[in-house]
Design a protein around this ligand. Structure first.
Ligand SMILES: [Zn+2]
Length: 302
């Protein structure tokens, strides 16, 4: 065993020991729930409910593509030892599936929020769910109520449902602010071309049409063919789409080449989809992320 793997194994042991080692259940005086969230965005959602009263561990660092994230051994242990794991589900966390499934086998408590917020199918598919529910604040508000109810079930010492309702109310106000920002875009200009199929819920909520994407499919992991890209160039010229929205988690190389090929002054604009932004980005929280995206989309399409 190398020094590094010893350190990793030790860290995993310490984590497991701290998660399982005390015999008092959650809710007992002085005890704190341990909650794991898979994505940085879900981490922010959970923190907005629990504040500093619960230790929240987030598996994916800022900038990680949630479709393609491999957890460390230490994180695998944290998933098994947590009182609650908040995941998106709907096949978002593709590379975490095995970990989550085996944790369920070990009795872990995993709450997938996607299935409970009226999911829609990915564009052009039959029966494949679009996982990107967090880009619709009203769906997140519903998920927040579900998380609050589960926290209350685990720990009756705090009125988690009231806290969740407060944050859900903030998200509903946020939705109105986003509508105000997007009101600047005339209906005829409400056409989206994205890097991958991430804006289905956004489009449904705010009255946009997704006319194309650089990487077809619900995941960012597929590779487009030359024919796919040529087809997208044609659609963009045909529909006079002025911008491609790329993502902070993925390369912009293909989008740049589509924009160059389509000619004109097609803008390539980064938005935040699968991860919060770095400090200073304006997208450090889900609320900030959604406002930042709305402003950039409004500026590009107005
Ligand atoms: Zn995605």
């Amino acid at each position: 065993m190398s020094k590094r793997s010893v350190a990793v194994a030790l860290a995993a042991f310490v984590l497991l020991a701290s998660a399982c080692g005390d015999s008092s259940g959650p809710g007992d005086a002085g005890d704190r729930l341990t909650v794991v969230a898979t994505t940085s965005i879900l981490g922010d959602v959970v923190r907005n409910i629990v504040g500093d009263d619960v230790a929240v561990q987030v598996l994916m660092p800022i900038g990680a593509d949630p479709h393609d994230y491999q957890p460390s051994a230490q994180q695998v242990a944290a998933v098994s030892g947590a009182d609650l794991v908040v995941a998106n589900g709907l096949s978002l966390e593709e590379s975490l599936n095995d970990v989550l499934e085996s944790a369920i086998g070990d009795g872990a408590n995993i709450l997938e929020i996607g299935p409970s917020v009226d999911p829609i199918e990915r564009s052009g598919t039959d029966g494949e769910w679009d996982p990107h529910v967090w880009l619709d604040p009203l769906r997140v508000a519903e998920a927040v109520d579900v998380i609050g109810a589960e926290l209350s079930r685990l720990d009756s010492a705090v009125d988690w449902e009231v806290r969740a309702a407060d944050y859900a109310a903030e998200l509903r106000t946020l939705n109105t602010s986003i509508e105000d920002i997007l009101a600047a875009i005339p209906p005829a200009n409400r056409l989206l071309v994205t890097n991958h199929d991430s804006l289905g819920y956004f489009a449904q909520r705010y009255g946009f049409e997704v006319v194309g994407m650089v990487i077809a499919g619900g995941s960012s992991l597929a590779a487009p063919s030359a024919g796919d890209l040529a087809g997208l160039v044609e659609v963009m010229i045909d529909r006079e789409v002025p911008a491609i929205f790329t993502e902070s988690t993925d390369s912009t190389v293909l989008a740049e080449s589509v924009a160059a090929e389509a000619g004109g002054d097609i803008a390539v604009i980064e938005i935040y989809t699968g991860s919060l932004g770095e400090p200073g980005s304006g997208a450090e929280t889900l609320a900030g992320l959604l406002l930042t995206n709305a402003r950039r989309i409004a500026a590009a399409l107005s």
